[in-house]
Design a protein around this ligand. Structure first.
Ligand code: C2E
Ligand code: MG
Ligand code: MG
Length: 614
């Protein structure tokens, strides 16, 4: 086929970029004279020639006027036909393109050859390639090329027909969209998506260390609320600029990963010192005031730092740990950095596990009570026991209450747990009363503030006393001062009701909190339990060579005991570890005591044995 003037122009829409090939298929490959030469018989040669010309014209029209570039290429990769659209696309004229070798326009790599061979073998009808063509002026033209094969009458490949679509614009748009999808429009920084992409890249590098700083502006919400969102936005831009100027030149990635959260990624870290120094720099560089819209705005940032070998690390774990570390920096007092600490995270995770498993554990019976003797100092008589809860954890072993009581308060699990403790303690004490009626042993049960807030303590206590048949005078309830006075619990009314019921109220750990005896005197309080820290001052024997602190403690305790007695309150000393302490406490007038000297917390059977000895 030759090039030449076109026949009647076809409408360009006929050959839209996408269905160009389909349209050509419909036209069929041009008939050739060879096709006709083998024909014998009563053939109307004139009509055939006309048909042939019409076919050629239609083909030429479609080819020449097509809106997309087209070329016919022979088996030596030489262009034998090209259309104006292709010529224009590549900055050549049609005659220039003819006889050009396709290698002058593009690189033909092995994959393309492979696809071509498949085409020749008939394994494919057509091949689509995304190729970079060379414009005459040297720049690249990105194209989608669809190649199909035209065969002669014997089926041998004759030409390839290439349809070439210029996708440079789409590609530029795609690049721009990609860029936009990877950057934060406000600050222009890489966004969370790009940050994760780079983080994954960094994690894929073998034998490297990686460092990550997660930072968050302290009190950003307040800036938004008081100065308005435009100022808040400006502040974020200011922060972004400072971080970028300081850290991007070093090859670190600075990204905005959330509202007021930024990240600095150090893909090849030299060690934890590099990262903590960097974190200190972040705190410093962000801590100087910002001039925003004519105002000076102060801001600070908190930083969580993670630094570790890449091996065995994953982007999700790194980010999780950096996030947790950032929370520590915040809770440790803001405007500071914190370095990831595996022990701290383990504690935190254990806390979480404990928090979620506490209620089912209660149902499975994993909690138990131990009882610590309360002894009358004047006589040495066993007056009562304090019930202390323990958790027999299937995984962590035996847990002391300081591991889980606070968590139980936070989650609210203290309400069912506390109810179980009360019930079990009263049941056990009733059993002791049944076996040893003369002992009149009382039980002291610890209550948490939240139990007053979230449950009807008065009704609960009445109900438990009712069905365990324990006399109310044998039940003592321990509350801390903060539970009585803090904003969380105002169980004052409940205390009066419990008092009316005949239950004793003790203030636990007195001396560690408000120590407000004047206030407590207005409440129905029967017992003060002096905190162990007070009793520590009574360490030495009665030998006179006491330290000033011990002397002061002793004076305070003596005064306290006197005052309590004036108010009709008895005093129990906690944490008594030696006979000397016990004796000196007795001399101050302390009524009773509790501590290792008299007995550690022990299972109920131990107390039963004690009672049995009389
Ligand atoms: P607490 O009520 O002040 O209990 C006294 C704590 O001091 C107990 O620790 C006890 O074993 C310990 N202790 C007793 N004598 C001595 C001594 O001579 N030396 C020393 N170093 N320690 C002594 P435990 O059992 O670990 O209980 C800790 C805290 O847990 C309790 O302090 C109490 O506040 C809380 N708690 C325990 N059981 C319960 C409960 O059922 N409900 C609530 N709400 N809190 C509980
Ligand atoms: Mg107690
Ligand atoms: Mg105590």
């Amino acid at each position: 086929m030759r090039s030449g003037p076109s026949g009647p122009p076809g409408s360009p829409e006929d050959i839209g970029a996408l269905d160009a090939l389909g349209a050509l298929d419909a036209l069929g490959a041009p008939l050739t004279l060879e096709d006709l030469s083998g024909l014998d018989g009563p053939v109307d040669r004139r009509r055939l020639e006309e048909a042939l010309r019409a076919s050629e014209n239609r083909f030429r029209a479609a080819f020449v006027d097509a809106g997309i570039g087209m070329a016919l290429v022979d088996r030596d990769d030489v262009i034998i036909e090209a259309n104006p659209a292709l010529a224009e696309m590549l900055g050549h004229t049609v005659p220039e393109l003819m006889r050009m070798h396709i290698h002058q326009l593009m690189d033909v790599e092995e994959r393309a050859r492979h696809l071509y061979r498949q085409l020749v073998r008939g394994e494919r009808d057509r091949v689509r390639l995304e190729k970079r063509l060379r414009h005459r002026q040297g720049h690249a033209v990105w194209t989608n090329i669809t190649v199909s094969l035209i065969r002669d009458s014997t089926g041998e490949p004759l030409y390839t027909l290439a349809m070439v679509e210029d996708v440079s614009e789409a590609r530029r748009l795609g690049d721009r969209l990609h860029y936009q999808s990877m950057h934060d429009p406000l600050t222009g920084l890489p966004n969370r998506a790009l940050f994760f992409e780079r983080l994954a890249d960094a994690c894929a590098e073998a034998d490297q260390r990686i460092g990550l700083c997660f930072l968050d502006l302290d009190g950003f919400q307040a800036v938004n609320d008081t100065l308005g969102h435009p100022v808040g936005d400006e502040l974020l831009v200011g922060v972004a600029r400072r971080l970028e100027q300081r850290f991007s030149p070093r090859g670190h990635l600075v990204a905005r990963v959330g509202g007021d959260e930024f990240a600095v990624l150090v893909p090849r870290s030299a060690g934890a010192e590099e990262l903590t120094a960097l974190a200190a720099e972040v705190v410093e560089v962000l801590g100087t005031p910002y001039d925003l819209a004519g105002q000076r705005v102060a801001a600070t940032a908190s930083v969580g730092v993670v630094e570790r070998p890449v091996s065995g690390s994953s982007p999700t774990v790194l980010v999780r740990d950096a996030d947790a570390t950032l929370c520590w920096a915040k809770s440790d007092g803001r405007s500071r950095w914190a370095l990831y600490d595996p022990e701290r995270i383990a504690t935190q995770m254990t806390r979480q596990v404990l928090a979620t498993t506490m209620r089912p554990a209660l149902e499975r019976g994993e909690f138990l009570l131990e009882y610590q003797p309360l002894v009358e100092l004047a006589t040495g008589r066993l007056q009562g026991v304090e019930a202390l809860v323990r958790w027999r954890h299937p995984e962590f072993g035996r847990l002391a209450p300081d591991r889980f009581i606070q968590i139980a308060e936070e989650t609210g699990a203290i309400v069912p747990l506390g109810h179980w403790v009360l019930e079990e303690a009263c049941r056990q004490t009733r059993a002791w009363l049944d076996h040893f009626p003369d002992a009149q042993l009382l039980v002291s049960v610890n209550l948490a503030a939240r139990q007053f807030r979230d449950s009807d303590m008065v009704a609960d206590v009445a109900e438990v006393l009712g069905h365990t048949r324990l006399p109310s005078r044998l039940l003592q309830l321990e509350l801390t001062e903060s539970a009585v006075m803090g904003p969380a619990g105002r169980p004052v009314q409940a205390l009066h009701a419990l008092d009316a019921m005949g239950v004793r109220i003790a203030i636990d750990d007195f001396g560690t909190g408000y120590s407000n005896l004047a206030y407590l005197s207005r409440l129905p309080v029967h017992v003060l339990k002096l905190a162990k820290s007070f009793v520590e001052g009574f360490r030495s024997e009665l030998d006179g060579d006491e330290t000033p602190r011990e002397a002061v403690d002793e004076k305070i305790v003596t005064a306290l005991v006197r005052l309590a007695h004036v108010l009709g309150i008895t005093v129990t000393a906690e944490g008594v570890e030696s006979a000397g302490q016990a004796e000196r406490l007795r001399l101050t007038g302390c009524d009773s005591a509790q501590g290792w000297h008299f007995g550690k917390a022990a299972p109920a059977e131990e107390i039963t044995r004690l009672l049995g000895r009389g």
